[in-house]
Every structure is written in structure tokens, then in C-alpha cells.
Design a binder for this molecule. Structure first.
Ligand SMILES: [Zn+2]
Length: 279
């Protein structure tokens, strides 16, 4: 019996490891053109972010890998060392194209994650648009909800920021649209009604609940598990509070089955993403 158990244990272990796809990350620590203003992020903080991403993506069949001794390089670029606020900024296209150019010089089997000195938010465009993830430094993030890290002056480090940006990089959109709070109703509260970049049924997400967004239904407005919330216009929602692609801050995060399928589709079909993990 003991031998049988041992055998079953080994087979289970083999099946589990065999079914996991590794997605390696290369971290780029940025500074300005003259080498000053280096992003104050440490290899340990990046490793922490990667570990937290694996917690959010648990059960998805994907494991992000990062070796803090090997998988970090330093690049000088004033353009990339600060992120314009949004696409309306005239500098935006220069920023995006410079990031794509840098990504084209890096090994294709790793996901490029750029850490900059200036700007708080994370960002990534999806397949066909951008080939890099843009992150602030760990100490330069601020969310209002306790996530287990050390909080200062009402600011907690955003531990799940990389988990979310990896979702964008691999083709996932937000669970919500940006419909104004007085107009949002269930039928139009799905961020992925028709799929995103590939825009076909393989990349569609049908299994996340309608989400009016964090501005209409703040995380604090209902309990993370049972949370039904009535928003100002009278409509009720039970948003996917824990979903990695929502802006709600409920932990632990989750990824849905359709989201896993969409990522699989992107990894199999997008010419750039196809090469991740194939070294
Ligand atoms: Zn996002």
C-alpha cells in the first residue's frame, strides 16, 4: 500500500508539473539617458511581484518565472524612464514605439517587464499593439486597501499590479467597461463583449460577471465573497470582486476559465507571444 501511495504521489507530481507552462520574465531596470535616476526597484521586490502574480494565476496552468540573479538588465532611456499619463499625451506614441523597439532587441522567449523611475501606474497594451509591460518601482505604488505589505501614510504597495499587467500582455481586458455610473447596466458591463485584439470567439470571456467598475462599485461597498451591490442608478451587480482583471482589490485574486482559454489562444496564435518560453 505504501509503495502504491508513493507511486500515485509521483504520478500526480509528474502530471502537475507536466501540465504547467512556464512563462519566463526578463526585468529591465531603467534610468535616464545619462544613467541618472535609476528606477529604485530591487531584484527582491520584482521577485515578490512575480510570486504574487503566481498566486493570482494559481490553477491557470501558467507559472511565471524570474531569477533575481540572472533575469534583470539595466537600460538607459529617458523616454522609457517615465510614462506619459495616457494616449492623449503627445509623447504617448513615442513612448510606446520606443518600448516596442527595446522589446525587439530582447530575447523573444521572455516577457519584457520595464521598471521606471517616474509614474505610479502600471500599463501594458495587448498582442498586436505592444510587446512590453510598463511598471513603476514597488515603493512608488499606492493603493488604499491593505494587501499584507507595509503601508505608509494611507498608501499600501500594490502587490497584484504585475499579475494584472501580465493579463493585459497576454490578451486579457478589464472585466468592466468605462460606462458612466448613471448609465451602466448588466448588458453593457462586460469589458470583453466581443473579445479584444483577436476579436473572435476563441478569445471571448463569457464567464466573468457583469462589472460596473471600481468607480461605480468601490471594493469597500460590499463583502468580497457575497458582495451584491446596488449602485447609484438603482441597478444591482455582483461584480467579480476577486478577478485579476477587475480593478477591485479583493484578495486572493482569481483568473477565470475563459480567461485561461484566451491566454492559451494568444500564446498559440500571436506571432510574438508564441515564442514565450521556447528557449
Ligand atoms: Zn488594466
Amino acid at each position: 500500500m505504501k509503495h502504491l501511495c508513493k507511486l500515485l504521489y509521483l504520478i500526480t507530481l509528474l502530471l502537475l508539473t507536466g501540465c504547467t507552462t512556464k512563462l519566463p520574465i526578463i526585468a529591465v531596470q531603467l534610468s535616464d539617458d545619462d544613467g541618472n535616476n535609476r528606477a529604485p526597484v530591487t531584484p527582491q521586490e520584482i521577485e515578490h511581484w512575480v510570486n504574487r502574480a503566481n498566486t493570482s494565476w494559481k490553477g491557470s496552468g501558467y507559472k511565471f518565472t524570474f531569477d533575481p540573479d540572472k533575469d534583470i538588465i539595466q537600460v538607459s532611456s529617458t523616454v522609457l524612464n517615465s510614462k506619459p499619463d495616457d494616449a492623449a499625451n503627445p509623447q504617448w506614441e513615442l513612448y510606446r514605439l520606443t518600448g516596442n523597439y527595446l522589446a525587439s532587441l530582447l530575447p523573444r522567449h521572455q516577457i519584457p517587464v520595464l521598471f521606471r523611475q517616474r509614474g505610479q501606474t502600471g500599463w501594458s497594451g495587448g498582442p498586436g499593439h505592444s510587446n512590453f509591460i510598463s511598471m513603476p518601482s514597488y515603493s512608488n505604488t499606492c493603493i488604499k486597501k491593505q494587501t499584507g505589505g507595509a503601508c505608509r501614510g494611507g498608501c499600501c504597495p500594490d502587490d497584484t499590479l504585475l499579475a494584472h499587467q501580465l493579463g493585459h500582455y497576454l490578451g486579457l481586458v478589464h472585466t468592466n467597461t468605462n460606462v458612466p455610473c448613471d448609465k451602466v447596466k448588466a448588458e453593457i458591463a462586460d469589458g470583453d463583449r466581443q473579445g479584444w485584439f483577436a476579436n473572435n470567439k476563441e478569445d471571448d470571456i463569457r464567464d466573468t460577471a457583469p462589472d460596473p467598475g471600481a468607480n461605480c462599485a468601490p471594493t469597500t461597498s460590499a463583502d468580497c465573497d457575497t458582495g451584491k451591490v446596488k449602485i447609484k442608478n438603482g441597478n444591482s451587480f455582483r461584480p467579480p470582486w476577486r478577478n485579476v482583471m477587475s480593478a477591485h482589490n479583493c484578495l486572493p485574486e482569481q483568473i477565470s476559465g475563459d480567461q485561461e482559454d484566451a491566454v492559451e489562444w494568444v500564446l498559440e496564435n500571436n506571432p510574438w507571444r508564441q515564442q514565450i518560453g521556447n528557449d
